[in-house]
Design a protein around this ligand. Sequence first.
Ligand code: PAF
Length: 524
Amino acid sequence: MLVRLFQTRSELITWCRDQASRPLHFVPTMGSLHRGHQQLLRRAAEPVPEGRPVVLLSVFVNPLQFGTGEDFARYPRDLAADAALAAEAGAAALFAPSAEELFPGGEEELTRVIPPSSLRRTLCGPLRPGHFEGVATVVCRLLALVRPDRLLLGEKDWQQLIILRRVVADLALPVTVQGCATVREADGLACSSRHRYLTVDERRQAAALPAALAAASSLWGSGTRSAEALTAPARQVMETAGLAVEYVEMVQPLTLSPADALEGPSLLAVAARCGSTRLIDHVFLMTRPPIVAIDGPAGAGKSTVTRAFASRMGLVYLDTGAMYRALTWWVLHQGVDPADPAAVAPLLEDLDLQLLSGAGGEQRVRVNGHEVSEAIRSPEVTALVSTVAAHPCVREALTRQQQAMGLRGGLVAEGRDIGTAVFPDAECKVFLTATVAERARRRALDLAQRGFPVPERAELEAQIAERDHLDSSRSVAPLRQAADAVELVTDGLAIDAVIQRLVDLFRERVPEDAWPGPTRVQAP
Ligand code: PAF
C-alpha cells in the first residue's frame, strides 16, 4: 500500500477532516525512520475500542529543538525511503512540511511552549538548552493541525515522553498519549536515527551503552540501592569502551527528580558521545513488579473490567471483594450473627480462604473447603457483606492476608480500601465509579440475567445509596478515594472503553520497558 504524502497544512487538514469516522493515531518523527519508528507505526495501527485507526506520521527535522553546534544541518533526510518504510508499517498518510509551511510567521515570532523547569533541569535538559521547549512547541503545533485521538511516542526518549505527557495534561489537549517500548538491535543498542553517523568501529563501541545499563541492573538485582554505587560502575563501562560520558543519573521516573537509594522504581539514564555522535539510553530499576489498586463503590463494574485488565497486562487479579463475600457466606453458614464482631472474630482464627484459577481462567473461591464461587454472589451475601466487612477484626485479618498475597507484586487488587489501606504504595491507583442511577440500571440487568427477582428501580437506587453510605462512613478503612488515585467515571462507557482507559492510566505510571505485559512481541 502507498502512503499519501502531504506537504501543506491545507492538504493535511482536509485529509484529517475526512477521517472523522475513524480514530486518528499520530506518530511525529524527524524522519530517517528505523525499526523503532516502524514499531510505533504498527502499534498506532492496532485497533482500539472506538474502531480500527487510521495512522498518520509526520516527518519534520525541527530546527527549534537543535542547539548551536548540534547536528541540524547534517541530520539524515530521505523522504522517499521514509515513505516506503511508513507504508510497509501500515501508515495511511505522511505529513512532511517545510519549516515555512509549519511556521508561516517565522521562528522568531512563534508562540512557544515552555515545559515546567522541574522536568527540564535533569538528564538532557541542562546539556541541551532550549531543546525541550523546541520539542514541546513543534508537537503542540502538529497536534493543533492534526487533532489526533492518540499520540504515540517512543519510550526511548523517556524525558521527552514525560515532558510531552505533562504539556498535554497542562494544556488539557484532547489526545491520549501512548508511550511504546524501546526497540533494540541484537547487541542491545536502542535504535536511533543517529546510528547512521557511526563508523563500523564506533558502532561496536556504542554497545557499551546497553552494557553499562546491564551492569547497573545486575548490581540492582543483587541488592545495591545507592545511586553512587550504581552509576559509578555504569560510567566506568562506558569510559573503558572509549565513550565520552555526558551523564549517568538516577532519577525518579515520573518526576525526573534526582533519586538516591530510592526504594520504589528508579530510572538510570545515560548519555555519551561516540565519536561526534550523541547517544542516550536508560533502564528502569524496579524492586518488584507493579501493583495496581482499583477502588470504588459497589456496582461500578469493577470486577469485570479489573479481571480483563489484569489478564491484558499479565498481572494477577486479586478480588478482595470476593474475600469479604466468602467470609460473609461462612458467617451465615455457621449461623453466626453478622453484626456481632465478638461472634465473627473466632471464625477468623482458622479461616482458610483461597482465590484460585478455574480451568477456563475464571476465578474460583473456596472457604474452609467449600466451593462458594457462585454462592457468594447471592442477594443474601450482597445484603450483609458491608456489615461483616466493617468489623475492625475482619479488616485486619483480610488486609494482612491481601498484603501477604501482594508481597511479590505483579497484581491488580480491587476493593474499597486498596489504595488507602492495603497497598498505599501501589504504582497506579484508580477510583472506578459510576452514578447511583447507572449502577442501579446495571444491577437490575445483572439480577435479571442471573434469574433473581428484580426490585423496583427506586428501591435498587436506595439500596445502592445506603451501601455507599455504609462503606464510606464505617470507622475502619472507609471507602475513600486515595489522594493519588485517578477517578474514572464509567457512565456511558462500554466495558472495552473502560479497560482501554485503565490500560492508558497504567501506562502513564508504568512504562512498557519496565513491565511489558504478556502480549508485546517485538516485530523482527
Ligand atoms: O522524537 C522525535 O523524533 C522528535 O523530538 C519529535 C517528537 C518528532 C519532535 O520533533
